[in-house]
Design a protein around this ligand. Structure first.
Ligand code: GMT
Length: 376
């Protein structure tokens, strides 16, 4: 099938999911066309089934805001016609579902009826899309999509609660490509650059936005390192990073915390981690937690949003109420203080991640695509 994938090309989870999905579909023989404003960070183009079409928005001084949606929908129309694309799969409702719908309408005018699948990822519903300024357009574009998917049951419930949705929402969880994880044989020498042999390595990876509750991570780590030798690896970049650095300074732990910035070596970093922290205010799914578990790293997370669908209490890690840093630190110490317990959690985290293997999830998307194409 010839499929256009529209996504954000940045380090965010929705872009990662869209890219990995497209790459796996391409490996299975589908022809995939990524359409976005720059090359997605995890996209390697050495594959004959993978195309990337850049959306250019010419700067014009009259515009206070450059019209990206217009450029995107025009590009979609042109690419659908040029490559005879059969289906649009847009990731993140804003503004992709809206632009996709416009493209559909323009194509209809030319006698081309193309189905559109919209995947809701989280913040497009819970944080941004829910804003009164966007709500009518988001509701409209969800209802006008041919098929709508959400990455967790929790996100589906939130969408139905917050918007007046007349369309069915199919839950297709996020996934992980398990076999690509790093060869553990190469770990010890790399690990020694980061930490001493007796230190536990604790990791957090995110876009450092408020919703991630970055100060909670520092506070949890502060309590952990009072009890056992440990290091914290903070991977990613965003508005809360400087504040986090200052807090580490104030607490006197800056020499035990490494701020990496954005990295393309997530799998390597995770391969020598002992514990992953994700105490978010909300998380529709928590792809970063799943990536950690796929590397055999147990997770201490909050119990909000879709996190209980990914991280299982007492099995792959522990879950606590948002903000309960004392309990999160206690649970972290339960896992980290005993090597045998740590190994048990590590193997259960990996076993839990296996349920989300891309091989199990991809057929769900393919089934939906077939339905969508056959209806049209
Ligand atoms: O976590 C973020 O803030 C980035 C955001 C995104 O749009 O890329 O992530 C959302 O989508 C991911 C992929 O489906 C989910 O794993 C994240 O849980 C979700 N983030 C939130 O709901 C806050």
């Amino acid at each position: 099938m010839k499929i256009a994938i529209v996504c954000y090309p940045t380090f965010g989870g929705s872009g990662v999911v869209a890219t990995e999905l497209g790459l796996e579909l391409a490996r299975k023989g589908h022809e995939i066309h990524f359409i976005t404003y720059s090359q997605p960070v995890r996209l390697a183009l050495l594959n004959p089934n993978v195309h990337y079409h850049e959306v250019n928005v010419p700067e014009y001084p009259l515009f206070h805001y450059q019209p990206y949606e217009l450029a995107l929908s025009s590009k979609l129309v042109d690419m659908v016609k040029l490559y005879k694309i059969e289906l649009l799969h847009v990731h993140y409702a804003i503004p992709h579902a809206y632009a996709g719908y416009m493209a559909k309408q323009m194509l209809k005018d030319e006698g081309i009826d193309i189905p559109m699948v919209t995947t809701l990822h989280g913040t497009d519903i819970t944080l941004v899309g829910n804003h009164p300024f966007y709500k009518p357009a988001v509701t409209f574009s969800i209802n006008k999509s041919d098929f709508v998917t959400s990455v967790s049951q929790s996100l589906k419930d939130d969408t139905l609660k917050l918007f007046n949705i007349t369309n069915e929402i199919v839950v297709i969880p996020n996934f992980i490509e398990l076999h690509k994880n790093v060869d553990v044989a190469s770990i010890p020498c790399r690990r020694s650059v980061i930490a001493r042999e007796d230190e536990r390595i604790i990791t957090h990876i995110s876009n450092f936005r408020k919703v991630k509750r970055i100060p909670d991570i520092i506070k949890i780590f502060y309590k952990i390192q009072q009890q056992i030798p440990a290091r914290l690896m903070m991977v990613g970049d965003g508005p809360e990073k400087e504040k986090a650095e200052r807090l580490c300074q104030e607490l006197g732990i800056i020499d035990k915390v490494i701020f990496f910035g954005n990295s393309n070596e997530i799998d390597t970093i995770l391969s020598y981690s002992d514990l992953f922290l994700l105490p978010s205010e909300t998380e529709s799914f928590g792809l970063a937690a799943l990536e950690a578990m796929a590397s055999g790293v147990p997770v201490i997370s909050s119990n909000s949003g879709g996190l209980p669908e990914v991280n299982f209490d007492g099995i792959s890690g522990y879950l606590s109420d948002v903000g309960n840093v004392d309990e999160m630190a206690e649970n972290a110490l339960k896992i980290l203080s005993d090597g045998i317990i740590l190994d048990e959690f590590k193997s259960r985290a990996l076993a839990t991640a296996r349920k989300f293997d891309i091989k199990n999830i991809l057929p769900m998307y393919e089934e939906l695509y077939n339905k969508a194409v056959n209806i049209h």
